[in-house]
Design a protein around this ligand. Structure first.
Ligand code: IVH
Length: 674
């Protein structure tokens, strides 16, 4: 065989295997090899294609790379109009829809319905020619959309070639159009916004807008960097008889290697539709994407077609929506609440209103700028929104309902609790803060945090007791707790002999807390438990951390510039210097950690599930004592996932995907006894 022939055969095999890996990973959520191995295969394929450019095919995995920025999007006509859906909101409206369509069909027609979750993303129509990805068009006005082919090409769950199985060969001939929704998963959205916050950039509003904004980016490289997914809901062929039912469409889509929601199913009656609707009303929180209802369609596509279109919507389909997560109410007042880190957050007091099943009386307005940007005034009628267990938000005022009596909100210049002048770290910062450590409304939250489980873990000192102790004038800041005596507590109603003695003992027991816990307990903005551990591991002592510079801090892995700035700013404040000196005077001395290199130096561990012979905390301490690191989630740098009982799927899945080594409890104990 000639070299060229050999290369061609090898390239074809590589393509098949890489594509198989991609399909399992991005469509089936399974892994057939590690990411590193797949990357290595891709690398080999790239080298072959570089040497023999004639071997490059349009569907080669190497062609998924994000191309050059586009000057603009081409307008493209849809093969058939992309319609929208009319809504129904309850069982009565659903029954009325069924009655209506039955009347339009021959008497006695047996109807089956096809139901799917209505995904909250943006619609796209994908065009495959002889099984190869050609084009992707946005919905646009339904008739004409924008050619976003280069961007959609970067979505890993979109196959560049449809999969062929023995029953679906004809869909790989000629033109096959696949319509569906491009979504950003909630979890990815959360992570994206966490990254934005860390970098000091503004947050994205919601996953749908972010997905839509991303797809309309002119630079495909930016699109490739954002995690998007494509879930199909329609399969279109020129010859309509090839797709007789919607159920068949979904089965075929799956066979072609495209994600179609697995929970989508057929119902034979209104009752079955209602059952499905009720089942997903709560379970939908667990779906990876947002949804506000179901899509219900007549399953038989010939009947569906026969029912026709009214306005922009097909008669044969409806969106069956869940109760609104939005409602309107009035803003009675706007006050400022001071949080643990001193952040002064404007909060709207609302006339009570039921949103998504629970009564809402307050909603965060985030910061002063947000109140003015949205122009929310006291007395305004507003739209409020509540999603899952998230704090309710005011979306916007209904300006047309104003009668002139509304009052603009003026951000106070002083803390409403202690009167200290509010400050901003930088003029560009959105949030005003109360800099007074001893501010009563700050201190009870701060002291509660200081004593919380992940921090010093002082039993019996929650936020409520902290507030009672502050009100009694016993304490002002976290250091004061070490001065509390039995007799002081006995003067308060909430303490009796035993509880007082217990609390004093619990506090005194924590005079030499581990350094990472102490750092976390200080409540420095941006410093969570892991960052506190990283800081302790790097500096070994509080004194060294106190004098660290931004440069020094930024060099630590996991500490970005924003975190570094926040730390330096915290230690520079005179009130914080006084607080730390007070701790010292009272004999509070965090255990300085000298981490000598140990047998586990350079190894990092994650535990999933429960271990039999030791607690998670104990395991963590022992791993660290031997020089290893203990992490809470599996990442690229994780060396071992310790698998206990009753494990959650997340960490395991991730470990499988990353090819992380999995060990059992016994193996961990072996490593710890070395
Ligand atoms: S079926 C007539 N199924 O909802 C179009 N659509 O309001 C119906 N959508 O533009 C298509 N999830 O983008 C269908 N499981 C699903 C859907 C879904 C979301 C979108 C679709 C459409 C809009 C209609």
């Amino acid at each position: 065989m000639s070299d060229l022939k050999k290369a061609a055969a090898r390239a074809a095999k590589l393509r098949e295997l890489i594509n198989d890996y991609r399909y399992h990973y991005h469509v089936l959520n399974k892994s057939i090899m590690s990411e590193a191995a797949a990357d290595s295969l891709k690398h080999e394929l790239t080298r072959i294609e570089e040497k023999y450019p004639d071997l490059i095919t349009a569907d080669s995995p190497t062609q998924r790379v994000a191309g050059e920025p586009l000057p603009g999007f081409k307008q493209v006509q849809h093969s058939s109009r992309m319609l929208s859906l009319n809504d129904v909101f309850d069982a009565d409206e659903l029954a009325a829809w069924i009655d209506r369509i039955k009347k339009l069909l021959p008497a006695g027609t047996k109807l089956e319905y096809f139901m799917d979750i209505k995904m909250d993303g943006l619609a796209a129509a994908l065009d495959y020619q002889d099984g190869v990805y050609k084009q992707a068009i946005t919905r646009g006005d339904g008739f004409v959309g924008e050619d976003v082919s280069a961007n959609v090409r970067t979505i890993e769950s979109v196959p560049l070639r449809l999969r062929q199985t023995k029953d679906n060969a004809k869909f790989l001939r000629g033109r096959t159009e696949i319509r569906g929704e491009i979504v950003m998963y909630k979890e990815d959205f959360r992570k994206l916004n966490a990254r934005q916050a860390k970098a000091g950039r503004p947050a994205f509003a919601n996953p749908r807008n972010t997905a839509a904004g991303t797809i309309r980016q002119l630079n495909p490289k930016l699109v490739a960097a954002r995690p998007l997914h494509f879930h199909a809901y329609d399969l279109i062929r020129d010859s309509k008889a090839e797709v007789p039912t919607n159920n068949f469409a979904y089965e075929t889509l799956c066979a072609l290697g495209i994600i179609a929601n697995p929970m989508a199913t057929v119902a034979k009656s209104a009752d079955e539709i209602i059952n499905f609707y009720k089942k997903w009303e709560h379970e939908r929180q667990k779906l990876p994407f947002n949804t506000d209802g179901l899509v219900v369609k007549v399953n038989d596509r010939r009947l569906h077609e026969r029912l026709g279109v009214v306005g922009k919507a097909p008669r044969g389909s409806v969106a069956f929506k869940y109760p609104a997560e939005q409602a309107t109410t009035k803003v009675k007042d706007i006050f400022v609440s001071i949080g643990r880190t001193g952040a002064a957050t404007p909060v709207a007091m609302l006339e009570p209103v039921v949103v998504a099943g629970s009564t809402v009386q307050m909603a965060t307005l985030h910061n002063e700028g947000e109140v003015h940007r949205k122009d929310i005034r006291i007395g305004d009628s507003v739209i409020v929104h509540k999603a899952g267990d998230v704090i309710p938000e005011v979306i916007r005022p209904l300006v047309k309902l104003r009668d002139g009596s509304e009052k603009k909100f003026v951000m106070p210049t002083r803390c409403p609790d202690c009167g200290t002048r509010l400050v901003k770290a930088k003029a560009t910062e959105a949030i005003w803060r109360c800099p007074n450590n001893a501010c009563p409304s700050r201190s009870w939250k701060l002291i509660g945090h200081f004593a919380s489980k992940g921090a010093l873990d002082i039993d019996g000192l929650g936020e409520k007791n902290a507030m009672a102790l502050i009100e009694a004038g016993l304490i002002k800041d976290p250091a004061d707790i070490y001065k509390i005596k039995n007799d002081d507590l006995l003067k308060l109603e909430r303490f009796a002999d035993i509880s007082a003695a217990k609390l004093v003992a619990a506090i005194q027991d924590k005079k030499n807390p581990p350094l990472p816990r102490f750092i976390y307990a200080l409540g420095i903005r941006q410093v969570g438990e892991q960052t506190a551990i990283d800081l302790a591991n790097h500096f070994h002592s509080l004194e060294k951390l106190r004098s660290a510079t931004i440069d020094e801090l930024s060099q630590i892995e996991g500490v970005g510039e924003v975190v570094a700035e926040s730390i330096v700013e915290w230690f520079a404040r005179p009130s914080h210097k006084r607080l730390l000196d007070k701790f010292k005077k009272l004999g509070v001395k965090p255990q300085e950690i000298r981490r000598s290199a140990g047998p586990l130096t350079g190894k990092s561990f994650v535990i999933t599930g429960s271990l039999e012979s030791i607690s998670r905390e104990e395991a963590a301490e022992r791993i660290r004592a031997r020089g290893g690191t203990f992490q809470t989630s599996v990442g690229n740098e994780t060396d071992y996932l310790v698998v206990g009982d009753n494990v959650g799927a997340n960490k395991l899945d991730r470990a499988e995907k990353l090819g992380t080594k999995q060990i059992d409890e016994q193996k961990l104990l072996d490593l710890l006894s070395k």
